[in-house]
Design a protein around this ligand. Structure first.
Ligand SMILES: NC(=O)c1ccc[n+]([C@@H]2O[C@H](COP(=O)([O-])OP(=O)(O)OC[C@H]3O[C@@H](n4cnc5c(N)ncnc54)[C@H](O)[C@@H]3O)[C@@H](O)[C@H]2O)c1
Length: 255
């Protein structure tokens, strides 16, 4: 097997449609020599159907990343398919509708807590659940949407992403001794199921089209996926706690 990820065994969460960023990661990873195990949440038969569209059909393990029992059983279930993990991809986000679209001042703590549990705390939960299978050189990669500023309509999801960015740095701190890295890719807006659930998401789309120096294709998940592959590979051996922007350069320029 040849390619950037030759021989690597990966756990990829977050596939729900073939537009999911995770689907692009899984596809490119297989094309580059990796063995991929997927996790699916909720509509498992749908995830299994989508998994068959990969170059190599991938096994799907059920995982609600907020369910302690499923997290506790994850390593054993993964072991049925691979004998260890070189990389874990967290491509999971969710916030109740009240938390998005301008409702920042009114969202209840219960709803905000759900957003933070699924989108922020789960990064740590997933890494810890996979840890028994990982060894030095391992890599954990997640997806963020640049949380250094407040965006219109992103509201509590923006707070969740700020937390995720911090959680990734703490994971880097706590897993560094074991030789395991934690890094995030900050992707520009992409038309996925999660994005479509954000009322007013088109505002991001228009802003990006006008400002990103390299331009930006809202329907091309591959640039973000490629960055995930790079961070999963052996080509960033001394990089952890980092955030790589894959946004056409939007974050770097003023309006
Ligand atoms: N689409 C964008 O514009 C964009 C930009 C930057 C970052 N991101 C991030 O990329 C990641 C992937 O999102 P996407 O855009 O590919 O959308 P998507 O809808 O394809 O993927 C989101 C995934 O989260 C999963 N999920 C939700 N709740 C879960 C739970 N409790 N347990 C396990 N899985 C759960 C869903 O099943 C789905 O597979 C998210 O973290 C998202 O915030 C997206």
């Amino acid at each position: 097997m040849s390619g950037l990820l030759a021989g690597k065994r990966l756990l990829v969460t977050g596939v729900i449609t073939d537009a999911s960023i995770a689907f692009s990661v899984a596809k490119l990873a297989q094309e580059n020599g990796a063995q991929v195990v997927l996790t699916g949440y909720g509509r498992l038969s749908l995830v299994e159907r989508i998994a068959k569209r990969l170059p190599e059909p991938a096994p799907v393990i059920e995982l609600d990343v907020t369910d302690p029992e499923q997290l506790a059983g994850l390593a054993d279930k993964v072991r049925e398919h691979v004998d260890g993990l070189d990389g874990v991809v967290h491509s999971i986000g969710f916030a109740p509708q009240s938390c998005l679209g301008g409702g920042f001042l009114d969202a209840s703590w219960d709803d905000v807590a759900t957003a933070l549990h699924v989108s922020t705390y789960s990064y740590k939960s997933l890494a810890v659940a996979a840890l028994p299978l990982m060894s030095p050189g391992g890599s954990v990669v997640g997806l963020t949407f640049d949380a250094t500023q407040a965006w219109p309509v992103y509201d509590w999801m923006g707070v969740a992403k700020a937390g995720l960015e911090s959680a990734s740095r703490y994971l880097a701190l706590h897993l560094g001794k074991q030789g395991i890295r934690s890094n995030l890719v900050a992707a520009g807006p992409l038309r996925t199921m999660a994005a479509k659930s954000i009322p007013g998401f088109e505002q991001f789309e228009d802003a990006w089209a006008g400002r990103a120096p390299l331009g930006w294709d809202l329907t091309d998940q591959e640039p973000a996926a490629r960055a995930c592959l790079a961070l999963l590979s052996d080509w960033f051996p001394a990089t952890t706690g980092e955030i790589v922007h894959v946004d056409g350069g939007y974050h770097a320029v003023g309006a």
